[in-house]
Write a protein that binds this ligand. Structure first.
Ligand code: FPP
Length: 281
């Protein structure tokens, strides 16, 4: 067996599998309009890409896949488009629940399922119940979802608990904060993909993507196929994630972390920064 000589070759052989992939499925409308089709045709083709992506993630061993299916802002789209999207969601849930169950994939929702019209809501509830005991992977659909909204709701809910004397302000840390969010059962996002050629995160998983690798792809979502998912994982695998550390630290030869109480590190009586700035006048 040949020993790979650099990091990207290692990645090509044994890709690092992200635990949580999140996708902003953008470009449905433009894909359809470029072909003289209604925007809703683009969404329908986008549902095929969803099916392929779920299958590929399952076979790659990705444990969590979260798809931005409908944002809080999407309610302001033309009524006919919103209705078509809700029908597609209902259809997807009805059609896919058996396969999801067979493949051990639990369907989950983040955002606000209460906002979703009855027909789609019932289909999604059924599919969630049908897959409730699946443990191989979690497919989360972000529905009526907004990242800022989720953060603000969590803050409000913590404030109510503090006011009621159930929680002390000093007990609130990042972990406790996350327990109040609709993503509470999900790990942090490792890889955030956006198709459609735009480079923005559009209010998706703002808290959860703090250290996510971002991948912006020029292709439109209806064109996204299993091979694109595989390539995305390869790219993820070739990146060095440092989480604020240095490259040497990440690779295990970076020395000790800073200890402010070590005498070597003790702050000088007059800090050098202050001295320099007062010298500058
Ligand atoms: C963004 O493309 C896409 C959406 C707002 C909806 C995503 C929905 C699907 C992929 C279909 C169904 C989903 C599931 C889970 C079955 P856009 O319409 O903003 O595209 P544009 O930027 O080209 O106009």
């Amino acid at each position: 067996m040949q020993i790979p000589s650099n990091k990207s070759e290692v990645a090509a052989e044994t890709p690092q599998i992200p635990k949580h992939v999140a996708i902003i499925m953008d470009g449905n409308g433009r894909w359809a309009q470029a072909r003289g089709l209604a925007r809703t045709e683009g969404h329908a083709r986008g549902a095929d890409s969803v099916r392929e992506t779920v299958r590929e993630c399952r076979s790659l061993g990705v444990k969590n896949l979260t798809l931005y299916a409908f944002s809080v802002a999407n309610w302001d789209r033309p009524q006919a488009e919103v209705r078509a999207l809700m029908q597609l969601l209902a259809h997807f849930a009805e059609q896919e629940k058996a396969e999801l169950k067979e493949r051990g994939i639990r369907l989950n929702v983040i955002g606000d399922l209460d906002d979703i019209p009855n027909g789609a809501r019932k289909a999604i509830d059924d599919a969630m119940a049908c897959t409730a005991d699946c443990h191989e992977m979690v497919l989360s659909l972000a529905l009526s979802y907004g990242g800022r909204h989720d953060i603000v709701s969590a803050a409000r809910s913590l404030a109510i608990k503090v006011k009621a004397g159930l929680l002390l302000p000093e007990e609130i840390d990042e972990q406790r904060f996350q327990t109040e969010m609709t993503t509470h059962s999900l790990p942090s996002v490792d890889l955030l993909i956006r198709t459609g050629g735009e480079s923005r995160v559009s209010d998706f998983l703002l808290f959860e993507s703090a250290y996510a690798e971002l991948l912006f792809l020029p292709i439109m979502w209806p064109e996204f196929r299993r091979r694109h998912m595989r390539e995305a994982v390869q790219i993820f695998s070739s990146r060095e994630r440092r989480f604020g550390l240095t490259s040497s630290q990440v690779n295990g030869d970076g020395g000790h972390s800073f200890d402010p109480h070590d005498s070597v590190n003790a702050a000088p009586a007059h800090s050098e920064v202050a001295a320099a700035s007062s010298a500058r006048g």
